[in-house]
Design a protein around this ligand. Structure first.
Ligand code: CTP
Ligand code: MG
Length: 181
């Protein structure tokens, strides 16, 4: 695959994992997942992880994947590279996995004494990628193995932190987020 195709495939395949966290920022609120419970004197997850944000983010990721499937042929004709299509189970893995990775990071943040919204460099930028790839692999190993070849995976791991920093900075400037990370 030529480099342009590798980058295009990487971004296309990860879109259903990128969108859930941003949708959660816009839709979050209501009952926190941990129900306010604490562990070791600190919240298990904190008020920043809610059922509503998680559900809306996950659904948005799956819906986006189905939307991408619908335009994949047209994109292939336009750009000369046919993008991957998403089996529903793989879409769910990417989307729910991204949310779970972010939730896992909050768990680690609270255990390491970081307050809600505190930055955790490295973890904040990659938690959702790891979660997405792990859950997608568990749910649809064949699709992940076919789609995320080593070059594609390398592009994902390098560009995702950059995209994350950029989208969060934009969300902060537009006042959707209180903190720019
Ligand atoms: N959000 C949500 N449910 C999730 C993830 C995010 O409702 N599963 C919403 C919350 O309103 C949250 C906002 O999106 O405050 C920003 O998400 P994030 O930066 O991940 O959470 P923080 O508030 O920074 O908390 P933490 O320190 O636990 O990451
Ligand atoms: Mg945060």
């Amino acid at each position: 695959m030529d480099p342009v195709a590798v980058v295009g495939t990487a971004l296309w395949a990860m879109l259903p994992a990128y969108v859930p966290n941003n949708v959660a920022v816009l839709t979050g609120g209501g009952r926190p997942i941990d129900g306010g419970r604490t562990w070791g004197g600190r919240r298990v997850l904190g008020d920043g992880k809610t059922w509503r944000g998680t559900a809306a983010g996950t659904l948005a990721g799956v819906a986006l994947a189905l939307g991408l499937n619908a335009v994949a042929d047209a994109a292939g004709t336009a750009f000369g590279v046919t993008p991957p299509t998403f089996p529903v189970i793989a879409a769910l893995g990417l989307s729910l996995g991204a949310m779970c990775g972010d939730i896992g990071a909050s768990f680690l943040k609270r255990r390491t004494g970081r307050e809600r919204g505190a930055p955790f460099p490295g973890v904040d930028q990659l938690d959702f990628v790891v979660g997405a790839l792990v859950l997608a692999t568990l749910l649809d190993f064949g699709w992940v193995a076919d789609t995320f070849t080593l070059p594609v995976l390398a592009v994902v791991l390098v560009t995702t932190p950059l995209l994350h920093v950029l989208t969060n900075a934009i969300a902060y400037v537009l006042r959707f987020k209180d903190k720019p990370w």
